[in-house]
Write a protein that binds this ligand. Sequence first.
Ligand SMILES: NC(=O)C1=CN([C@@H]2O[C@H](COP(=O)(O)OP(=O)(O)OC[C@H]3O[C@@H](n4cnc5c(N)ncnc54)[C@H](OP(=O)(O)O)[C@@H]3O)[C@@H](O)[C@H]2O)C=CC1
Ligand SMILES: O=CCCC(=O)O
Length: 416
Amino acid sequence: MAFRSTAARFQQVITTAAKTPAKKSLADAKKMASFSKKNAPADWVQRSDHHLITIDMPGLSHEDFKITTDANEITIKTKERERVELEDDKWHAKERYVGTVVRKFEFPDGAKLSKEDVEAVEVTLSPASGSNQHLKLGFLGLGIMGTAMARNLVKAGYDVTVWNRSASKCEALVSEGARRGSTPKNVTEMCDVTFAMLADPVAALEVALGSDGALGGLGSGKGYVDVSTVDAGTTKTVCEAVKSSGSLFLEAPVSGSKKPAEEGKLIFLAAGDKELYDTVVPMLDVMGKSRFYLGAPGNGAAMKIVVNMIMGSMMASFAEGLILGDKAGLDPQTILEVLSQGAINNPMFSLKGPTMLARNYAPAFPLKHQQKDLRLALDMSDKLLQNIPIAAAANEVYKVAKALDQRKNKNIIIQM
Ligand SMILES: NC(=O)C1=CN([C@@H]2O[C@H](COP(=O)(O)OP(=O)(O)OC[C@H]3O[C@@H](n4cnc5c(N)ncnc54)[C@H](OP(=O)(O)O)[C@@H]3O)[C@@H](O)[C@H]2O)C=CC1
Ligand SMILES: O=CCCC(=O)O
């Protein structure tokens, strides 16, 4: 973990189910704060649909916290923090608290939550101080990923203006506190930093550079962050146009699917203007669990494509293995179990295996996007004169699956 010279503060954004108590909280927050451990003073404000708790816990980040809820309270516990003391060190001050911090927050008025309520309580940890909450954020593209990511920014208290080609997808977020933009240009005009999460290179170029596109509202002092999965060439084209407007540009495609997006656990693969990266770190930390800064524009796209190329080949092979095993009379459930105990166990097999066996093809990562990523990998390999025969074969499988289109947007590979 990087050392921070200033105290980092963290917010918990807690969205509760309808039945959760919705009463006074500020007085309770003050009362609770008076019990606070010396290094963890807290504020607690209750908003229309969520509670916002801000705690000072210097030098800590997401992975240092464990948050649990039960019927009465939320417990936030940090891991043990240790001071490093070398033999020759001569200490002049030891004022900082090291050790474990435990903060408990009782629900207002001693209210008890039912099991269902407790399960519905969502807790997101995000940096507050230096969180650049004063910046107005735009979000273009509210598909599976964009909706979840923009929602986390809204929940974290950011002022977010959203736009989507099919306008109806803005409704839910607007009802949750986002503003609505009429065009990408209108959004970038209104906002300091605008994120874009779009289907593919065509969409990314159209939204950024097309008529009424984002470029029209950009200018000096603003930033454009494209988090879509596109090729390096597209990224560079958008980057050049954005920079020519005087704005900063960052690409930051993500690893992780619908659930990690909902839970704020994405992995960002960022590249481009470092200054913009530093500005949006708090927002990336709201939407993700980790981030990589990879240098020049195009490196984020390349990393994402490599990762998804591996994933595409792996999942095609996984499906093929299940089918072959099934044909051979093996119990598919047992195949999953054997895989889960072996060296090739991985979260994707554990997540997708049971849904594939249950013939549940509801898309988290639409098949057309996986095929697009293999296509981009092949294009990249062509430019680099690198053979990638396994990915090429997998691409043929996804192409057929896409063309069959028996179940639009559904993973039908297992049925082939
Ligand atoms: N789903 C996943 O698990 C992951 C996806 N990704 C990548 O993130 C991106 C978005 O994925 P996801 O949210 O799943 O995709 P969706 O298909 O759910 O959403 C695509 C978004 O792009 C918009 N769009 C498509 N074409 C155009 C266009 N020509 N002009 C303007 N807007 C357009 C859609 O608008 P409309 O609603 O009007 O159709 C929608 O907002 C993709 O690049 C994908 O590869 C990355 C990591 C994980
Ligand atoms: O691009 C989509 C990636 C999906 C995932 O990482 O689970």
